[in-house]
Design a protein around this ligand. Structure first.
Ligand SMILES: [Zn+2]
Length: 147
């Protein structure tokens, strides 16, 4: 772009916006603000009194009965004999049937669809898909040429 070569505008390092060219400036105002905010947050969290307060809150949280209970259940599920039992249960026809029925429920299907749609729209997923398509295209093209 001519305006870039003329150093009128430049592309931000961390997003896709163009901004007015200023020497030594690599990010747009928005990203610069975000970076400064992140830095301030990091610094704040490193303060001893803040760290101590967070530790205390975490300790209190872990002492709550429902949290303790969840932790106990998690640990139970992690036991090798329990894991093995669960693995076997998942292989039974009854379980598979149950699961199949569950996934046929309209609200579950709808949830699944929504989730997939969101997943496909993620930039890195989109990028991967496009890359695969490109590779496939070139593979086919090469095959055609070899014929
Ligand atoms: Zn930016």
């Amino acid at each position: 772009m001519l305006r870039i070569s003329n150093k009128e505008i430049t592309l931000c390092d961390s997003c896709d916006t163009f901004f007015d060219y200023v020497p030594q400036k690599n990010t747009c105002d928005e990203c610069q603000r975000a970076r400064r905010r992140a830095y301030a947050r990091r610094k704040y969290r490193q303060r001893p009194e803040v760290k101590e307060r967070q530790r205390k809150r975490k300790r209190e949280y872990e002492q709550r009965p429902e949290v303790k209970e969840r932790k106990r259940k998690r640990e139970y599920r992690q036991r090798p004999e329990v894991k093995e039992r669960e693995r076997k249960r998942k292989q039974t026809p009854e379980y598979k049937e149950q699961r199949r029925k569950y996934h046929q429920r309209p609200e579950v299907k709808e949830r699944q669809r929504k989730h997939e749609r969101k997943y496909r729209q993620r930039p890195e997923v989109k990028e991967r898909r496009l890359k695969r398509q490109r590779e496939r295209y070139h593979r086919k093209k090469k095959l055609r040429e070899e014929e």
